[in-house]
Design a protein around this ligand. Structure first.
Ligand code: UN1
Length: 494
């Protein structure tokens, strides 16, 4: 049995509580191992170590910090297969997607290593003669990262790598469902020679460890991806402490399929975005806004494709859709389906928990399709986080834009059309942080900012160069070489 412990100041250590919780494989129901549960005192130790380590790390030139990140990238590459298998065992996504997720972290490591030789500031003209003005990025100090189980390595990489290249130290609380994946990720930093104390891992619950991270005065910034309730609570508490937070939360992402769309291409995009990772992505498509003229044809094509999807253990390469994370998730999805039917959406496919031969202990849900949903139904408004999609008929591009934007979230949207004018209208009018044209709602690339509007977040972005904005402060510098007192905003000839 594998036991996951904390990593503080370069050492694998037990917590002060010394209690453990079990960790399960969602495809088989088997117990994988157990995870140490920590307390505020463990967070305190991690922050202390991070604080000490950051004092030297901030003085290391960023191109030198980058050398560690290049080694992180190549070790991730070497360990890609074993890390991917750990992801699949712990959270269930199919192995091909798990490999893709590790690739995201590899890409992020190379990208942020490259940032070590840029990290641009600005030199600007002073309004006074013989005076030089510039602005530069400086690290914030110690950052707290709280990450989810659905992308246990990719999301951790979006946050930790920009934090480190910018000269910060990290205290990380990974999701309780994916402790061994977190351990594997941290071992990469250890083996890459990251100085001790810069990357600290503290396992435990959100209410204990997460809260301690948010509360700790030594943590300057908290970057969180996860549920809306947790994100809002973090935001409220951090605001009272004048602490910066970067929050990425839910989505209710729609794919619009207009009457001039390539329907087969649209079906490919819907199936990938709605059922990839069993719908457990914040970028998952859970609404399809279909033009009435093509509704019937799209329904038929979708159902045909969905019935061919194979459910099972993600480690089996012939499986298309893995389990959902746990029993409670199966129950929550069942409840969403029940409410959708009660509110009048018409079930076309799936709709129930699934049994997979030989995997009696697994948590599976059939890929599920509703049609004739209306925009105000709960199935069209609330995030499901499972393999469920609702078709909403629309009569025009204008109506699609309105419905697309008529939800509390603003992460991702997509349109399938062959009309270039509609393409640019979608780019202009979809009010989401990500917009896709003739592609599904998922599949963001790491060198572009990732995040959303409205209830999805609080205006910050993960990944892309925008991530540096989360983990740095701007310092504005003026060098006066005139040899006399020059006063800005005042006429110095007076
Ligand atoms: C998430 O679901 O939290 O764009 C992240 C995508 C992936 C990342 C998803 N690259 O779907």
């Amino acid at each position: 049995m594998e036991r996951a412990v904390n990593y503080i100041n370069g050492e694998w250590v037990n917590s002060s509580a010394g209690t453990y919780t079990p960790n399960w494989n969602p495809a088989t129901g088997e117990r994988i191992g157990e995870t140490i549960q920590s307390e505020a005192a463990d967070v305190q130790r991690a922050v202390q170590a991070a604080f000490e380590a950051q004092r030297s790390w901030r003085l290391v030139p960023a191109p030198k910090r980058a050398e560690v990140l290049y080694r992180v990238a190549s070790l991730l590459q070497e360990r890609k297969e074993s890390l991917a298998r750990t992801i699949t065992r712990e959270m269930g996504k199919v192995i091909e997607e798990a490999r893709g997720e590790v690739q995201e972290a590899i890409d992020m490591a190379y990208y942020m290593a490259g940032e070590g030789r840029r990290m641009f500031g600005d030199t600007v003209q002073s309004e006074l003669p013989d005076k030089f003005a510039m602005s530069l990025r400086v690290p914030v100090g110690v950052v707290g990262l709280i990450t989810p189980w659905n992308f246990p390595i990719a999301i951790a990489s979006w946050k930790s790598l920009p934090a480190l290249i910018a000269g910060n130290a990290v205290v990380w609380k990974p999701a309780s469902e994916t402790p061994l994946t977190a351990e594997g990720f941290v071992k990469v930093f250890e083996d890459a020679g990251l100085p001790r104390g810069l990357m600290n891992l503290v396992h435990g619950s959100g209410s204990t460890v997460g809260s301690a991270i948010v509360e700790h005065p030594g943590i300057a910034v908290v970057s969180f991806t996860g549920s809306n309730e947790a994100g809002r609570a973090i935001n409220a508490r951090a605001a009272a402490l004048l602490k910066r937070t970067s929050l990425e939360m839910g989505g209710k992402n729609a794919i619009t399929v207009l009457e001039d769309a390539d329907l087969d291409l649209a079906v490919d995009g819907i199936v990938w975005s709605a059922f990839g990772t069993s719908g457990q992505r914040c970028t998952a498509c859970s609404r399809v806004l279909v033009h009435r003229e093509v509704q019937k044809r799209l329904e038929q094509k979708l159902v045909r494709r969905m019935l061919a999807l194979k459910l099972g253990d993600g480690l089996d390469p012939s499986v298309d859709v893995g389990p959902v994370i746990n029993r409670a998730s199966v129950e929550k999805i069942s409840e969403c389906v029940r409410i959708a039917a009660e509110e009048g959406a018409r079930l076309l496919c799936g709709g129930s928990p699934a049994n997979v031969d030989g995997l009696a202990g697994g948590h599976f849900f059939q890929p599920t399709l509703f049609t004739d949903a209306t925009p105000e139904m709960r199935i069209a408004q609330e995030e499901v986080f499972g393999p469920v999609v609702a078709l909403i008929p629309v009569g025009s591009m204008e109506e699609a834009i309105e419905v697309n934007n008529g939800v509390d979230f603003g992460l991702s949207s997509s349109v399938y059309t062959s009309d270039v004018g509609r393409v640019f209208r979608a780019i202009r009018d979809f009010d989401t942080g990500l917009v896709y044209i003739n592609a599904g709602t998922s599949g963001a690339e790491i060198h572009l900012p990732f995040g959303g509007t409205k209830g999805t977040g609080n205006g910050h972005r993960d990944s892309g160069v925008a991530a540096l904005d989360v983990f740095t402060e701007w310092k504005s510098v003026y060098v006066d070489y005139s040899g006399k007192l020059q006063r800005a905003q005042i006429d110095n000839n007076d």
